[in-house]
Design a binder for this molecule. Sequence first.
Ligand code: SAM
Ligand code: SF4
Ligand code: SF4
Length: 332
Amino acid sequence: MAVADLRDSFGRPLRDLRISVTDRCNFRCTYCMPKEIFGKDFPFMPKDNIMTFEEIDRLAGIFISLGVKKIRLTGGEPLLRKNIHQLISMLSLRDVEVAMTTNGVLLPRYAPSLSAAGLDRITVSLDALDESTFATITDSGHTVAAVLAGIEAAESVGLGPIKINTVVKRDANEHEILQLVERFSDRDIAVRFIEYMDVGNTNGWSMDDVVSADEIRDVIGELSAIPANNPSDVSKNYRLPNGGEIGIISSVTEPFCGECTRARISSDGKLFTCLFSNRGLDILSLMRDGKDDTEISNLIKQIWKSREDRYSEIRSQKSSIANRVEMSYIGG
Ligand code: SAM
Ligand code: SF4
Ligand code: SF4
């Protein structure tokens, strides 16, 4: 079958792959890895269960042959993975765009090696400019100043234009929206505001905590919609009066499952076809059991063809999916 013909049961192709390279993180964002759960006794994945760079690269090759055009390395915090630049060098030899999402604090140390290895794009997460708000959300002793230094470092080695991810949570950082827009909009850095999602089981999510896309647009004021370049782009983008750009990822109130072309692989090599899945195909065990690329590719095809995921569209009709995987495990 030709690559472009692989479609799921709603006709969606497979185009994007998010690979979690570690389930560990140096932050404890309250909406993602709350300290009460992800404390010092939390059973993070043992090293032997985590995909090696060679295994990740092999899987990448299989996914690219099935239509994937963009790979995003994530986690946990991807910059905690030792020698991550070596993986980027391997992936950059393939016909695929390679991106990364990071909390940014390790960029001053690693941006030069990431850039030299061929990283195409970087997204830095930053939920607040006010140090005390940031400290409350990230709960880890890191600072806004460190993230800003990371952004500077990435820009200085040519990793721009950078995007910023800001999760907006009620009574936590909604008062930061305008400051963030003002700070970055004249610098060719687009801030993308993300509705707080009910990923995993540990963040105590409630609809009351979601600041909707409508509210975010109201706070920002005058905006003109920028037509999407790519139908699978999850962010709705807008032009500001000063020429700057922002985006809104409205997964909760304006879901985009109909355009979702994304698969995810956890750091222990399980394939998930939706952020809200509760089980994944253990591809790493198949590889380690000696299955060849064709066998693995056929299984992935089967799974993708039967994919019916559209959790965000039916969220309100479902009480909840039990035992959903955590964002830090599956890769945000
Ligand atoms: N540690 C890296 C970082 O924070 O950029 C990469 C992994 S993190 C899971 C990826 C993205 O998911 C971040 O931008 C984070 O803010 C977002 N995220 C985590 N939990 C979320 C939630 N419950 N709702 C919406 N976005 C969330
Ligand atoms: Fe870590 Fe990113 Fe989750 Fe924050 S959002 S706890 S930085 S993985
Ligand atoms: Fe894709 Fe699942 Fe999110 Fe819908 S809920 S956009 S299918 S990951």
